[in-house]
Design a protein around this ligand. Structure first.
Ligand code: DGJ
Length: 696
């Protein structure tokens, strides 16, 4: 519900359990009033925000309360909106022009007091959740202006005695490491300047007062729906005020808006909850399911991917044999990874030449696709449309298609360069070959990879080359959207050399993401922990691969590897042709088990029961109707025999009774919620268990 008190020019947005309010000052500046537990418009009307008598000549007492911290006047906050007009005027002066409520969407309209530049602040309640989506739109009716910074939103937090910041950091093969530290005084910036979301940080933050736990406490969060460069600045001022401002773009790259041009920023979604970090994650998941994913209700298939088994060494015979073995295990989707096209026999050549390598697949991909379909599986294919190896026919024909700058070398990473998708000819070329490929080969699933960040991001001959930073990402979105529209049954897995492209923008057109190239089950426990803070299990691909792991050289038992991968969207990535019969039998059993529990895992609510710090990591998924639950518990290091403490469960119906179909044990819901589930883990290292609980 959205209400407006026109007398005080106050707007209140009410989600299921929260309220968000803003008001215009006498000078038309949109100013934050309230964000927290539900309050009515009448209750909020009494909350003051106006200027107070002030004797300090160095501070504006209301600084940091703006809905979008625009540069200008006596505002010294990190600018969320910074424009260079003609005549070198830099500050923005808001002039309110009106509002519209088109529930659940509120638009507040402004223009600059002098220049013909229009601003629309968008607020939209994500129905059925406590998430509010915000973004900014600029429309220029005058001479060209330079938009130096255009954040989507600034979020203002309440005054608390302390603050703690949660976010994830990482690197390739080590994504999503959850950090939870006291918020530093000053400005804390999380960002990507790489042209992609990045492995190094992910565009979300959460804040609490330092006391929230998994089950309890107030948590605020903000997550950006963008897959290019981004920046989120959390400011803790010496006045005690804390804000979070975020949007696309990066320092030094501006947007030029000519007469008639518009700029729309991505959604920066905000969430307030009293349910602790667990409640925050479940609410983010609800949001992703209800408002982001293209097919949230669909159950993700068990996939087999040949990458770790065969690397670039792919051919029709080898892949057909793997497909038969995968089908026999119970896989439902077979994905042929890199190496099927051009001269792509390693990472040095062929990228960009998207025609089937006839030495490896003499009759094209058709026979393999048919074989996979006859085996009852869907067929998936790896592509990396935004990239090119310099050693390729594509690059020899179109050296100007890559990001490059005059007089500068073209830096290669993984022997490849980035195609400039902002060029309409490049995006059209990509859509055409992808469309043909999907049509001709009846491809059900694409793994869309992206294996390096931008460098020398120029566009010689283009009047405003900087626009490629935004338009590359928009063009990737557009190609994906168009492809999906043309092939409604097509499903996409987003991959950025692992987790380089995990974000809400990508999840609006991908069904799942590949969170990391690191498939070591122990490392994956941490990666999944960070991933699941915002993104739900049904988007998290997880494979069982061979040991010793390629990066860690750890040899983790197959049971533990399965149990970790089964907590997301299960896939198999090992060289199953070489697995002993005993392992194949175990794999068949585990895949059958996963197919039984996956409705709960993929569609249920996540409860993180125990962090790893007492030696046991445990999590639980509960079906929405609480009729079924699945508990996963892992103890990587054996300890001197001592009974494990019971595992206190969450989210169940206390009045119900639950039965474990494997042990036959029956439990009262109330007892599971208060005392806990007896935890039976095998002895030794890498002990794990999966417990099913079905309401009797
Ligand atoms: C990086 C991906 O993350 C891997 O899974 C694999 O697809 C390789 N690229 C292929 O080059």
């Amino acid at each position: 519900m959205i209400e407006c008190d026109e007398g005080t020019r106050t707007w209140v947005l009410r989600t299921a359990a929260t309220s968000y309010a803003l008001r215009l000052t006498d000078e038309d500046v949109p100013r934050h009033v309230y964000w927290g537990p539900a309050l009515t418009l009448a209750q909020i009307a009494g909350l003051g925000t106006g200027s107070r008598p002030w004797w300090d000549g160095f501070n504006d007492p209301d600084e940091g309360l703006d809905e979008l911290a625009a540069d200008g006047g006596t505002r010294y906050w990190p600018p969320a909106l910074q424009i260079r007009f003609t005549e070198h005027t830099r500050s923005v002066e808001w002039q309110y022009t009106g509002y519209t409520i088109d529930a659940p969407h509120l638009r507040l309209e402004f223009r600059d007091r002098h220049y013909p530049l229009r601003f629309t602040l968008h607020y939209r309640i994500a129905r059925g959740t406590d998430v509010v989506e915000r973004w900014l739109e600029l429309g220029n009716d005058g001479d060209e202006v330079e938009v130096v910074r255009a954040d989507s939103a600034s979020w203002v937090l309440p005054r608390w005695p302390g603050y703690r910041l949660s976010h994830v950091t990482g690197r390739w093969a080590g994504e999503c490491a959850l950090r939870r530290d006291p918020l530093a005084h000053g400005e804390t910036v999380a960002a990507s300047r790489r042209g992609i979301t990045s492995h190094h940080a992910n565009p979300w933050v959460m804040l609490d007062d330092g006391t929230a736990t998994e089950r309890h406490g107030e948590v605020y969060g903000a997550a950006l729906a963008w897959s290019g460069s981004w920046r989120i600045t959390t400011t803790r001022a010496s006045t005690g005020r804390v804000t979070v401002s975020g949007g696309f773009g990066q320092d030094g790259v501006s947007h030029r808006l000519g007469p008639g041009d518009r700029l729309t920023t991505p959604v920066f979604a905000g969430l307030y909850t009293r349910g602790g970090f667990g409640g925050a994650s479940r609410e983010w998941h609800r949001y992703v399911l209800g408002h982001v994913l293209p097919h949230p209700g669909e159950t993700r298939p068990v996939l087999y991917n040949s990458w770790e088994a065969t690397g670039f060494d792919v051919d029709v015979a080898g892949q057909s044999a793997l497909a038969e073995q995968a089908a026999a295990l119970g896989a439902e989707l077979f994905v042929l990874d890199d190496g099927w096209f051009g001269e792509r026999t390693g990472d040095h050549a062929g990228l960009g030449d998207w025609h089937v390598n006839r030495k490896r697949f003499p009759d094209g991909l058709g026979p393999l696709v048919d074989h996979v379909h006859r085996l009852g599986m869907k067929f998936g294919l790896w592509v990396e449309p935004e990239m090119v190896n310099p050693d390729s026919d594509l690059y020899r024909a179109h050296p100007d298609w890559v990001l490059h700058q005059p007089h500068r070398r073209r830096s290669e990473l993984r022997n490849q360069l980035v195609l400039n998708f902002a060029r309409p000819d490049v995006a059209a070329w990509a859509h055409e070959w992808l469309d043909t490929l999907v049509t001709e080969h009846r491809i059900d699933f694409l793994k869309w990879d992206m294996n390096r960040p931008f460098s020398e991001a120029g566009w010689p001959g283009e009047a405003d080359p900087d626009r490629l930073w935004v338009e590359h990402t928009r063009a990737v979105y557009a190609v994906m959207d168009r492809l999906r529209a043309g092939h409604p049954a097509l499903r996409i897995e987003a991959c950025g050399g692992g987790g380089g492209r995990t974000d809400l923008g990508m999840l609006a057109r991908a069904d799942q993401v590949w969170p990391s190239d690191n498939t070591d089950a122990l490392d994956r426990l941490d990666i999944h922990h960070g991933f699941g803070q915002v993104y739900p299990a049904r988007t998290m691909s997880a494979w069982v691969t061979d040991v010793p792991g390629f990066g860690t050289r750890r040899s983790i038992p197959l049971r533990f590897r399965f149990h970790v991968a089964m907590s997301g969207v299960l896939g198999i990535g090992g060289d199953i042709g070489k697995w002993p019969e005993e392992d194949l039998a175990f794999a068949r059993e585990q895949i059958a088990l996963y197919r039984d529990i996956r409705e709960v895992v993929q569609h249920g609510r996540l409860y993180r029961l125990r962090p790893a710090d007492d030696g046991v990591t445990a999590l639980q998924y509960v079906a929405a109707d609480t009729a079924r639950a699945v508990v996963f518990a892992y103890r990587p290091r054996g300890r001197f025999p001592a009974p494990e403490a019971p595992l206190r469960l969450d989210g169940l119906d206390p009045a119900a009774h639950y039965r474990d179909p494997d042990s036959g044990d029956e439990h009262s819901g109330a007892v599971l919620l208060s005392h806990g589930l007896p935890l039976r883990l095998p002895e030794g290292d890498y002990a794990s268990t999966v417990v099913r609980l079905n309401r009797i």
